[in-house]
Design a protein around this ligand. Sequence first.
Ligand code: NAD
Length: 272
Amino acid sequence: MTDLFSVRDKIIIVTGGLGQLGTQFSTSLATAGAKVAIYSRRPFSAAETAVKFPGLADQIMVYHASVQDRAALEAATEALVATWGVPHVLINNAGVDSKASASADQNGPFETYPRQAWDEVIDVNLTGVMQCSQVVGTRMAEARRGSIINVGSLYGMVSPNQALYAYREQRDGVPFIKAVSYAASKGGLLSLTRYMATYWAPKNVRVNTVTFGGIKIGSFDKEFVDAFVQRVPLGRQAEAHEFNGAVQFLASDASTYITGSNVVVDGGFTAW
Ligand SMILES: NC(=O)c1ccc[n+]([C@@H]2O[C@H](COP(=O)([O-])OP(=O)(O)OC[C@H]3O[C@@H](n4cnc5c(N)ncnc54)[C@H](O)[C@@H]3O)[C@@H](O)[C@H]2O)c1
């Protein structure tokens, strides 16, 4: 019997695949039999890859390609096609956000949010997805098959609730406003997904967003986590592995009639 959700022998690109979630996706997809090409903004040797992904060195290759660098994306994809063939799946996972520790103006009022910070986030989260999809999607369209998975966020569907961050001003005496750029980039991603999905549908290239809620990581302030989980119907943050299923679903032939869609994995956050 064939496994409906199989990704065995599929060639899958994961941008930013050495980060927190990218490592999860690369590991779980390679473990399920896929060949994974990570596009990384920093060089990463084969020896480092073998250490980071034990037992999976034959199935995971890391290419040095920033999603902001069109020439590097072209070169990496050329090399990948020559080695393994035309990719079946592109996971646009690379992303950046203003850090909580960033300068006060980056975490300050919208009225004075710096243009440079806006440009940096939009350039990776939105322009980078467009650019990487152009390069890889062209190959997929020529092959008449492919699945592009854009990693979104619940802040692309609903605005950050500034009340979740109010404790910062009470604690530090400095106003803290969750920045606009990340939310705008992830909102734009939903529209970019629909555009590419309809554009490439005649070529049998599917394009979808997966929207993720917040993951449990140790570095979050307790005040934030307590306020956040009160707004999650399931009453908790996600474990990092809980996004793997939706990603494998969209990568597999179980989703061949799904395109232009948004698969929401948020514990119910956007249902309230
Ligand atoms: N962590 C969460 O709670 C959460 C929730 C919803 C959505 N997301 C999204 O999931 C994705 C992965 O986030 P994460 O939590 O693993 O963050 P992370 O910072 O651990 O990983 C992001 C990766 O992207 C890479 N990257 C950044 N700029 C790049 C570029 N120009 N070219 C190539 N790679 C680049 C980084 O080096 C890093 O490895 C992001 O798109 C993020 O917005 C995360």
